[in-house]
Design a protein around this ligand. Structure first.
Ligand SMILES: [Zn+2]
Length: 257
């Protein structure tokens, strides 16, 4: 048994039996961890009030070799997230951010950049950053860190600069210039591809240089944000071969509003 202690972001908290909870948390050095917080559902538990999804906390846990579940012995809240979860939209956004980490972060693997992305996004949201811009910024960076961000500078087929616009082919992960997208023909052709405007390309280029507060200050038009969202969703789906459950819920909720 080895004792560990680290700053963590809580990704998921689920009931286990009638006394315990399973907590999935993200650490910088040891990646994603799943652990049991024994007795955390009991009335006078030492975990009372500490196990909040998306909170930042100092977590202490025991690890036993060969065991997937660790044993969590202490959780000390450093930054609660309940302000983000005061309304439905915030709750959905929070689970959407956490879902990405549950999907993309690995166990036992340094996750410094993923940790920083989620940590800084939550920090900005708790300070009142625009939620739409924050979600789009987060999606773009998530794809960058996963190595699947579609390059917004030049067409990978002909090398021409993507200045006036680009196309994401229906079964592609990279942005092409209009003539290469047209030339693909058949199923790879432009027919069902996603047209990306110059404004969206500019946003995608800026994202690498700007912090989220900077991006919020110069918030792009709503139409640009929708394009970014659709582009990221398509690339992500293509990579994962399925949709994130939390994103389906967001879309269903939007449709009923
Ligand atoms: Zn081209």
């Amino acid at each position: 048994m080895r004792l560990h202690n680290a700053e963590a972001l809580l990704l998921d908290v689920r009931d286990l039996h009638d006394r315990d909870r399973i907590v999935v948390f993200l650490t910088r050095e040891r990646g994603k961890k799943s652990g049991v917080a024994q007795g955390s559902r009991a009335r006078h538990s030492r975990f009372a009030g500490q196990l909040q999804p998306l909170a930042k906390a100092q977590v202490t846990w025991y690890e036993k070799e060969g065991r997937e579940l660790v044993r969590i012995t202490a959780v000390e809240l450093l930054r609660p997230a309940h302000r983000l979860q005061a309304d439905l939209e915030g709750i959905l956004l929070g689970s959407y951010l956490a879902d990405h980490m549950l999907e993309f972060a690995q166990e036992e693997e340094s996750s410094e950049l993923l940790f920083r992305l989620l940590d800084s996004t939550l920090e900005a949201l708790l300070e009142g950053a625009d939620r739409d811009v924050a979600a789009r910024y987060f999606e773009c960076w998530m794809l960058r860190l996963a190595g699947i961000f579609p390059a917004p500078d030049a067409c990978p087929q002909c090398g021409r600069a993507l200045a006036g616009g680009a196309v994401l082919p229906p079964h592609g992960e990279t942005l092409l210039c209009a003539s290469c997208a047209d030339g693909g023909g058949g199923a790879g052709g432009r027919g069902l591809g996603l047209a990306i405007t110059a404004g969206t390309l500019a946003f995608l280029r800026r994202i690498g240089r700007w912090s989220l507060p900077q991006a919020s200050q110069a918030a792009p038009a709503a139409a640009t944000l929708r394009e970014v969202e659709e582009l990221c969703a398509r690339v992500r789906r293509h990579f994962l071969q399925r949709e994130l459950r939390s994103y389906e819920v967001i879309q269903q909720t939007r449709a009923t509003l």
